[in-house]
Design a protein around this ligand. Structure first.
Ligand code: MRU
Length: 349
């Protein structure tokens, strides 16, 4: 597999999964290994591993390590216990479609195999397959997306969508990394992405590692820059895309999309087709994760608000498809009307 950068956010190593703890970046590059599915579930919940494709991959390996430890000989008993493992992983984070697609794939993989050993082998192979497919999809979509970027472009991006979030090239950041590697002189404006600062901590770190000029701004500065003509386009990733193109992504994405429209700046979504949820018609049906108030009242453990203040902390918002100029996938670039384009993309092999 072509590796864009020299760090590996998720690796399968001798029946264990090794994760890069993203909560410690950029200060420390700390890896930890586990063969305990509950630890994988906790890592997803605590954002040690995060980003829609990476959540799907980690979830798949979580099921694999959980399956390997089930100590029964009857396939029926095994499948019942596997159900508990899958449920635990499914209850971690509700928004990213990639997690549920991966779990459905593993559930199916567990149906074939006559012995417990065969089923366990199937599950490990299925998790590795999901990992390869997700990474490969970002390699392809980054090539399609790079066609939209011109030499000299300044691109605004939100949250973190690079190798850390995907294990491959990345989605939105992957497109930018690809354009940079093609020799285009592109620059990144990274939103810091409150409350958990994925843009400041992770995108700025990955852009520096990739050798791409990056300027960090607070989320509230984006409109000012767009109004001054300093942004050529906005690209973000996605956690779940409805059949009509409505897209859930990190909180603040919708604000950027509206600002982009007002300022006539193209707003693109980049995501593998595993992020598309063909089962839901519009963004109104996308489950939005609510997270702990402490993430808003504290910055890296330090209180920044009075104790007891009421807090609202939705982790994602939904951008209506009318604001999206194109959806960049590994099957090609999808344009309006999205319902038709998405259906077509999902039927292409
Ligand atoms: O809460 P996070 O850090 O998991 O949120 C991640 C995002 O919103 C990303 O933009 C999205 O998952 C796409 S990752 C390629």
């Amino acid at each position: 597999m072509e590796k864009p950068l020299n760090y590996a956010p998720i690796e399968w190593r001798g029946n264990k999964v090794r994760l890069l703890d993203q909560t410690k970046l950029p200060g420390e590059e700390v890896y930890f290994e586990t063969d305990d599915y509950r630890e994988v579930a906790a890592a997803i919940r605590e954002l040690k591993v995060r980003g829609a494709p990476a959540i799907g991959i980690a979830g798949a390996y979580g099921v694999a390590v959980g399956a390997l430890k089930i100590d029964v000989t009857s396939p029926e008993e095994f499948r019942a216990k596997l159900g508990e493992v899958i449920d635990t992983i499914a209850r971690t984070r509700p928004t990213a479609r990639n997690l549920f697609g991966a779990l459905e794939y593993l559930q199916k993989a567990a149906q074939s195999g006559r012995t417990v050993i065969q089923i366990k082998n199937n599950l490990v192979a299925a998790a590795m397959f999901i990992h390869e497919e997700e990474a490969e999809a970002t390699r392809k979509l980054s090539e399609y997306g790079a066609e939209l970027l011109k030499d000299g472009d300044t691109i605004l991006t939100h949250c973190n969508t690079g190798p850390l979030a995907t294990t491959g090239y990345g989605t939105a950041l992957g497109v930018i990394i690809r354009a940079h590697r093609q020799g285009k002189k592109v620059k990144i404006i990274a939103d810091e992405t409150r409350p958990l600062l994925q843009g400041a901590r992770l995108t700025a770190w990955e852009a520096q590692k990739a050798g791409i000029p990056v300027t960090l701004i607070t989320d509230s500065m984006a409109g000012y820059l767009m109004s001054r003509g300093e942004i050529n386009c906005v690209i973000t990733g996605a956690d779940r895309i409805a059949a009509n193109g409505d897209t859930a992504n990190k909180i603040g994405t919708y604000t950027l999309a509206v600002l982009a429209k007002e300022n006539k700046v193209p707003f693109y979504i980049a995501a593998p087709t595993t992020t598309i949820d063909r089962g839901i018609a519009t963004g109104a049906q996308i489950p939005i994760e609510q997270r702990s108030p402490a993430e808003v009242t504290h910055v890296q453990g330090v209180p920044t608000a009075p104790a007891g203040v009421a807090v609202y902390n939705p982790a994602f918002d939904v951008t209506p498809h009318r604001y999206i100029a194109a959806i960049i996938t590994e099957k090609g670039i999808i344009r309006k009307p999205y319902t038709q384009g998405i259906k077509q993309a999902l039927t292409v092999a």
